[in-house]
Design a protein around this ligand. Structure first.
Ligand SMILES: C[S@@+](CC[C@H](N)C(=O)[O-])C[C@H]1O[C@@H](n2cnc3c(N)ncnc32)[C@H](O)[C@@H]1O
Length: 199
């Protein structure tokens, strides 16, 4: 039977069975550099498909007001147990595609890492529309496009950074910055690209 990647059960089982190759176990070094750079003033940030929340907690520690969203109960439980008492992340167990309209325009930042490649590729336009509606005008999409490549199937479903730039442009975003990060973890060097786009 084909697993239903649109269902939290698929992801919950992956966490329970320890099949989580995406989980670095620490904050993404590129995001750590951005958070510490002072170039991005703290504001409201949403992290869709946050997993165990390493990146969400990183930005919270830097003073960002972070909402981490995931629909897998085991990921949410991990985020709850790892949450900081001094710089807590707000945690929401929900399907990102069902986030309420009351959240529209609330966020200064959307942080994307390995959620875009986890969803059904047929839903990528829906994801871009979601990013557009959640961000304030002028808000930033900060994402690592990963994994770049050509293999069939998924998850993870391969990502072409130019395709992401084009898709977000169709939803009103403009490219501010792109780079192959020098600080990608060794196994992800050159197969991920940082894209920063402004709504
Ligand atoms: C590949 S994992 C990445 C987790 C995290 N971003 C990281 O880098 O460790 C994808 C995550 O997205 C979550 N996810 C997938 N589809 C989702 C959806 N429609 N709504 C909420 N969470 C979703 C999964 O439960 C999983 O935790």
């Amino acid at each position: 039977m084909t697993p239903d990647i649109n269902s939290p059960d698929y992801w919950h089982d992956s966490y329970l069975n320890g099949r989580i190759p995406w989980d670095l176990g620490f904050p993404t070094p590129t995001f750590a550099r951005l958070a510490a750079s002072g170039q991005y003033p703290p504001g409201q940030m949403i992290v869709p498909g946050a997993g165990r929340g390493y990146d969400a907690r990183l930005f919270a520690q830097h003073g960002f007001d972070v909402l981490a969203v995931d629909f897998a109960p085991d990921a949410v439980a991990a985020m709850q147990s790892l949450n900081s008492t001094t710089h807590p992340v707000q945690i929401l167990q929900a399907d990102i595609f069902e986030l309420p309209e009351t959240m529209n325009g609330r966020f200064d930042y959307l942080l994307e890492y390995t959620c875009f490649c986890a969803i059904d590729p047929a839903r990528r336009n829906e994801y871009a529309a979601l990013a557009a509606r959640l961000l304030k005008p002028g808000g930033l999409y900060i994402g690592l496009a990963f994994p770049i490549g050509r293999r069939p199937g998924g998850p993870p479903f391969v990502v072409q950074p130019d395709g992401v730039v084009e898709l977000l442009a169709e939803h009103g975003f403009s490219l501010q910055h792109r780079e192959f990060p020098p600080d990608s973890v060794p196994s992800r060097q050159k197969i991920e690209e940082l894209l920063i786009m402004q709504r």
